[in-house]
Design a binder for this molecule. Sequence first.
Ligand code: ATP
Ligand code: MG
Length: 541
Amino acid sequence: MKKIKAAFVKRNATRNISDLKYIFNGLNGLKERFVLINVLEDTYEFLHPNLENEQVMKRGPYNEFVSYLQAAVVNDADRRKLAGVLPLKNLTKMLSANSKKTISFPIKINICGEERWDLLSFIVVEMLDDSIYKVLLSRRDITESQAKEERQQKLLTEALEQAKIANQAKSAFLFNMSHDIRTPMNAIIGYTTMARKNLNNPEKAEDCLNKAEMSSRHMLHILNDILDMAKIDSGKVDLESAPINIVDECYATDAMFRSSMEEKNIDFKVNIDIASKEVLGDAVRLKQIVVNLISNALKYTKPGGKITVDYIQTGWTINNYACYEIRVKDTGIGMSEEYQKHLFEAFERERNETVSGIQGTGLGLAISKRLAELMGATLSCKSQIGVGTEFIFKVKLPLAENMTQQERADIDYSAFDGKRILLVEDNDLNREIAVDLLEEMGFLVEEATDGADAIQKIKNKGEHYFSLILMDIQMPYMDGYQATREIRSFNNKSLADIPIIAMTANAFEEDKQKALDAGMNAHLSKPIDVKKLSETLYEYL
Ligand code: ATP
Ligand code: MG
């Protein structure tokens, strides 16, 4: 066994070279190569990987080893580093200065075309008259741990990047929101103030109120869009699968635009070529997508332009599914190729002077795209500046065969005449609006300002007085849920069973569920949609 004095441990003490393995923690003999550098003789020896065997595999002048190592190095930085360390004068100087008489660093090398990471460790193993005599160089393969570290580093960088993007998106969202909501809000406040100042000039006051109303509608549109985006992004949109007549829906959609197209002098053409009309789907969401596309075409096409909407059934019905293609084509301002890359991102609008003069928040297409994806449908676009734009919406829907046509009863308003409704609502303005609406429908309306007040009134009036209760949710003293639960637990069966309909600004699906869980019969969201209100009232009376 070859004995080497490990002088740096204890002068003149001898140490079996195999013990040196343990100086490099966790060595794996096979992944390790050893070179013994004889400083005084200026030579090197390749030792057998298993240090227990003293066999020398190759020896030669030290310079030969230096060029061998330099040739394997991949990076310039590593090459420079080695050039600083390898010359024996430098090496011995650095090792002498190091208290552990050891230097370690990783380098990247290429062995037979494969890039690997090695950890080089130089360690003094023998001294002679206070000078370094022999240095052992270990080359340990650390490719795996290095790769793992690199992967972790990459994951960390990506996570950081994601967090940055999310943060920027949040800031952009808040910035856009405060701008987009403030604009109509300022108009509403401004015009109502102006209307008040002009109470003795009814014409002017009326004009101001009209403008305030327009801004309110615009703001409602923005709020609905934001709510929609939030719902979609948090996975809270459940698509309905109800029987619909797709051709009826097409006609209904076009009817919405006829007069505005005429008003703007746009040649509006609609072609419907559909054989399978009865399908299952979510009519509201399908229409929402198409309405967004047509209203964009209308917004971004100048008077005298042309808009064509094609509703086409494509291919055969397969496995009881039918495929439809809806194309909305305009001869409008078009979009640059650069902008088209961001077309479906929220709040993105093309920055050109035409758009800056047209109202919009840049949410319409982001919502449409997400809804289309939820339906397993596709939404794509072809556009050229100054020539026009075509949006193509492709959707596959299950056929509603053997479906019985749902008969929708027309509302007979005389059914409402003289029926008494208890309106429970804490907000004076909302109460005033609702009372007006209900009285116009023929109802007699009584008011309560919170849940407790409502319960008192129902008890005082007794059986067969109120036909129905419209219940707000958030109210002081007792909220709508609590009030409903108490009414439902009345001993008097006919009072406990009065139909209760929630009328609330909490518009999420889970709010609806909560209302039903509390014992309410139905849920209407504010602002009140008159048609829905009358349909719901009709259904429960
Ligand atoms: P809103 O959220 O009210 O719909 P918007 O119309 O600006 O606002 P999107 O419908 O998402 O938002 O459209 C985003 C942008 O894409 C528009 O601002 C416009 O720059 C461009 N764009 C969309 N449709 C067309 C079109 N048919 N022709 C030209 N540009 C269009
Ligand atoms: Mg739009």
